[in-house]
Ligand binder design. Sequence first.
Ligand SMILES: Cc1ncc(COP(=O)(O)O)c(C=O)c1O
Length: 384
Amino acid sequence: MNRRNWLKNTALLTGGITMLPPAISRLQAAAKPVLSSNTVSDMTFAAGMPPDLKARLFANENPFGPSAKAKQAMTDSMGTSYQYQLTQVKELEEKICAFEGLDPKMIMTGSGSSPLLLGAALALLSKGGNVVTADPTYDDLPTRCEHINATWIKVPLTAEYKHDLDAMEKAINADTKLVYICNPNNPTGTIVDAEKLKSFCERVSKKVTVFVDEAYIDYLPDPQSTTLIGNAKKGQNIIVARTFSKLYGLAGMRVGYVIAQPEMISLLGNYAATGLFSLSAPAIAAALASYQDKTYMQDALQKMVKSKQYLYDVLKAEGYSYIPSNTNFVMFPLKMDGVRFTDEMMKRGVGLRHWKLNNAEWCRISIGRMDEMEAFAAAFKELS
Ligand SMILES: Cc1ncc(COP(=O)(O)O)c(C=O)c1O
């Protein structure tokens, strides 16, 4: 389950549905149910979330952000917040395009990448067809597709928990409208071989649009050698999504963008609210101030790596394995029921998420500050 459905369920379980007007309640009841592997645990988790969490390790946020420069820029932006931020949005888009060597017609910003994922689903699958993804992966875009009556073809990950690109290519059929690749993958934190992915996109994009979600790419040692933006530059039919919600530590500010061919950007603009009217003054200011701020990025990365190593040591000491992660979250197999585990951890003030994968129960833990990881360790030792 993605954050959107998880939050919706929070409202349902905390009694929010009883507050809805009857017509909306009827519409909700008629909506297609979202079937995803971790729905039950998330609902349980959301219902039991105490206000005084010791460790918020369920949403892959970056507690080492935002940068000092971003905070200052947000404060300074207040004076112009009576204006629509037309020139500032253009400035942000041009800054990103200058760094990537792109024509500014190839970018569209949005309030986070989520509305842009929705835009792609609506633009490409509203007349039906199917979307091919790995399983498990970030399920926001494919569940949106299911809601508009498209079909979701799920291709299991390899034994190393990576995208099985060969199997995904074979799964494409005449009705496929979109292939979605999340690299690095959420929830497993794994990456596919960059060169293999580039040649996959080069081949597949001749038949069907490929969407590459690079939300976590800033956590890799060399994002520029891994990104698929180069393929877009060559004119291929791919959409690359990025966000300021992860390493930049701006999840609450809501800034994301997609890179694609100008025609695709125009098409997406018909279905997703573009940044011009959906980005707030502080959000743009923060993104402008922190984009490619290497000093801040290195510092946040180092802190994350230290906390992740601490987690690995705790898991090993308690006799647990884990999937080595390229990101700010780690998946590890549980020795008890996932719902019970996340509930018990939540009672101890530690928010986590749980998945079912290969018929086993798994936990996904986001990497937090050291005090949060210590709170996790203390609670975990009581249960493991
Ligand atoms: C893989 C992936 N893509 C997209 C998003 C959406 O991020 P946002 O809307 O904050 O940009 C997330 C959020 O967790 C994510 O994990």
